[in-house]
Design a protein around this ligand. Structure first.
Ligand code: NAD
Length: 304
């Protein structure tokens, strides 16, 4: 079995690497945060001396980093993955990054006899914890076959969306809808609170009509509505994704006025220092701005 390098052990990378380790994969791990590395080492992974060591030892290197900047730095710097990798190696980038950065990496990899697969992650952090993530993959058929078993060790659902870049583009379409729904739910809850409505009754109505949506049903009841805004997925990362969505839309002349409005709502939230909380906390940012009591369900409330 190929030794696997894993770089980026944050809210998502940690459970994903843990699940690989539990399924018997031999991992060599790295993160700029030493505590995150120690946690994986306690589960049986080995701490990398440096990136070059990961590149030399591991046929497949997974990155789960915040943005294009960190992924390109890890892949392309002289002491990084590409300059030190074995021929035939795969960089399996699972972060949500600019698909144009993925294409730059693809070209640089091919020049060195390496390849890139983009396999961003769908569903919530709690799904990653349970090994129930969904993956959308951009890869050649040959590379897809090599990485597919790893994905099933970290999740339940895998879609091969097309060639390199197709995974990341699918993820942008997905996250546009996810973040826009989050904004819409936040505004609707603020209005309901201002009206002085009973929140349990309002939610019961929303879940019973076509107003219901995945964010309201799957995420809000476990996060902001029960006063938990620890991330999850941060407002900063949601803002980064909306910036990628708008950049791609502008370049291809796709009008997305709603995306622009949602992006700026998240810009406002970040300016008021909500950036590091869970993105369902956009509901709190809206309520706080308008001096409306935050939307919270009563203790013991459950979806019918
Ligand atoms: P995070 O901020 O919790 O984790 C990022 C990790 O990368 C941190 O541990 C950080 O120390 C490490 N890191 C940063 N720069 C580094 C570098 N140069 N070298 C090594 N390590 C470095 O972020 P996350 O929530 O785990 O998200 C990671 C990626 O996955 C992002 O692109 C995000 O958009 C995407 N994503 C997140 C979720 C979610 O629900 N959190 C879901 C799907 C996709």
């Amino acid at each position: 079995m190929d030794k696997i390098g894993f770089i980026g052990l944050g809210r998502m990378g940690k459970p994903m690497a843990s699940n690989l380790s539990k399924k018997g994969y031999e991992l060599v791990v790295h993160d700029v945060n030493a505590a995150a590395v120690d946690e994986l080492v306690s589960l049986g992974a080995r701490k990398a001396v440096n990136l070059a060591e990961i590149a030399k030892e591991c046929g497949i290197v997974i990155t789960m980093l915040p943005s294009s900047v960190e992924v390109e730095q890890v892949a392309l710097s002289p002491e990084g993955i590409f300059p030190n990798a074995r021929p035939g190696g795969i960089l399996l980038d699972m972060s949500t990054i600019d698909p144009l950065a993925t294409e730059r990496l693809h070209v640089a990899a091919q020049q060195r006899g390496l390849s890139v697969v983009d396999a961003p992650v769908g569903r919530l952090a709690q799904h990653a914890d349970r090994g129930e993530s969904l993956f959308m993959v951009g890869a050649s058929d040959e590379d897809f076959k090599r990485i597919e078993p790893l994905l099933y060790a970290m999740g339940t659902t895998v879609y091969h969306c097309g060639g390199v870049g197709a995974g990341g583009r699918t993820k942008l379409v997905n996250n546009y809808m996810v973040v826009a729904l989050c904004q819409m739910n936040g505004e609707a809850l603020a209005l309901s609170q201002r009206f002085g409505l009973d929140i349990a009754k309002t939610l019961q109505v929303l879940f019973g009509t076509s107003a219901s949506n995945g964010q309201l049903r799957m995420n809000f009841p476990n996060k902001v509505l029960v006063n938990d805004t620890t991330p999850g997925f941060t407002i900063d990362l949601a803002h980064k994704d909306m910036s990628l969505v708008l950049g791609a839309a502008h370049a291809l002349k796709v009008p997305m006025p709603l995306a622009a409005a949602v992006f700026e709502s998240f810009s406002l939230a970040r300016a008021s220092e909500y950036g590091r909380i869970d993105f369902t906390g956009i509901a709190d940012a809206i309520c706080d701005l308008a001096k409306i009591p935050r939307a919270r369900v009563p203790e013991g409330w459950k979806i019918d």
